[in-house]
Design a protein around this ligand. Structure first.
Ligand code: PLP
Length: 354
């Protein structure tokens, strides 16, 4: 039985969705086998489907988005070489130094506006052919949509421009597509059009798509065969994981188009927030399911605002000293959105006195 949330609205993250009864039924009925021996038919069906959707030869199911990203890093960057990405990228900021610890590589970053990817930023930071003198760039990371940037959708033209440069210079590109389906629903660009521009792509089933566990990495047959070895080495070989793959297949069937509802609710809340505190949110920046509110603009610290909202039953997340993130997902409906609007606009209108 699905458990219910103790909050009036839980806007902490889109990772905390609970599987619906129908998704649980699909999981319970899944045909399974031992995937370390390559014998799980449901997992194989999921991998084939995701590879096809993203325009790649093969795919590999992983327990988390972080593992899928780190397998991509491992594939493209030799020890002592570097990856480059923007300074807010999940791979460099929120995977706890995994690229350095697991692959022995370094990372350099450029500063972006809200995580917006620009080919020129990548082109001017990358260094190739410097042999024994400096660290060589082997990989460019792009995140779409961009989490800490506030759900930013990346431009396919910029990605294509970067691809032309990286191809010339022998540098690989990996897409952290934890929320690629949000980008697709917001922009109308097919996920395969994004996917084909990259050597590898990770997508998450356990964020907006609402599956309880799982991500998928895609790439060439050869790259995925190598990643299968590294996944086992990282401790991510799974046995009867078809139960999880069934949730992923269900999510792809039922939960992609409905992401538009999350985007619409996020925008409705952002409009209300902007009415209550015009300097706290720029509506032009609301592209998908994430809203970042500058609570400092009306005199709150993020920590105090998060506590006050929580006391009123609305869970949010501090992403900076004065910035609070709100994330819409499957488990926040219209009534939850109304409750969030009520609480958040009330707090913004009555900041604490100094
Ligand atoms: C953009 C992005 N990439 C990767 C991940 C990692 O996913 P996981 O938590 O499954 O490791 C996240 C998680 O929030 C994310 O937001």
């Amino acid at each position: 039985m699905a458990t219910t949330s103790p909050f009036r609205a839980d806007l902490l993250s889109d990772t905390l969705t609970r599987p619906s009864e129908a998704m649980r039924d699909a999981m319970a009925r899944a045909e399974v086998g031992d995937d370390v021996f390559g014998e799980d038919p449901t997992l194989r069906a999921l991998e084939e489907r995701v590879a096809g959707m993203l325009g790649h030869e093969a795919a590999l199911f992983t327990p988390s988005g972080s593992m899928a990203n780190q397998l991509g890093v491992r594939l493209h960057v030799k020890p002592g070489e570097e990856l480059i990405g923007d300074s807010l990228a999940h791979v460099v900021r929120a995977e706890l130094g995994a690229a350095a610890v697991l692959s022995g590589i370094s990372s350099r970053t450029w500063v972006s506006e809200r995580g917006r990817f620009r080919a020129d930023d990548a082109a001017s930071l990358m260094i190739t052919g410097v042999g024994p003198y400096q660290v060589c760039t082997s990989l460019v990371i792009v995140e779409n949509t961009h989490n800490f940037g506030g759900g930013t959708v990346q431009s396919l033209d910029e990605i294509r421009r970067a691809r032309a440069v990286t191809r010339d210079r022998g540098v690989a590109m990996h897409l952290d597509g934890a929320r690629l389906f949000n980008a697709h629903v917001a922009s109308g660009v097919p996920v395969g059009d994004y996917g084909r521009e990259f050597d590898t792509v990770s997508i998450c089933l356990s964020k907006g798509l609402g599956a309880p566990v799982g991500s998928v990495l895609v790439g060439s047959d050869e790259a995925m065969a190598e990643s299968r070895i590294w996944r086992k080495r990282f401790g991510g070989g799974m046995r009867q994981a078809g139960i999880l793959a069934a949730a992923g297949l269900f999510a792809l069937d039922h939960n992609v188009d409905r992401l538009a509802d999350d985007h619409a609710r996020a925008r409705r809340a952002a409009v209300a927030v902007a009415e209550a505190a015009p300097a706290s949110v720029d509506l032009a920046t609301i592209e998908t399911n994430i809203v970042i509110v500058d609570v400092a603009s009306v005199g709150w610290t993020a920590a105090a605002f998060v506590d006050a909202a929580l006391a009123a039953g609305v869970r949010t997340y501090a992403v900076g000293p004065g910035a609070v993130r709100l994330v819409w997902h499957l488990d926040v409906d219209d009534a939850g959105t109304d409750a969030a609007i009520d609480v958040l606009t009330g707090l913004l209108r009555t900041p604490p006195t100094a």
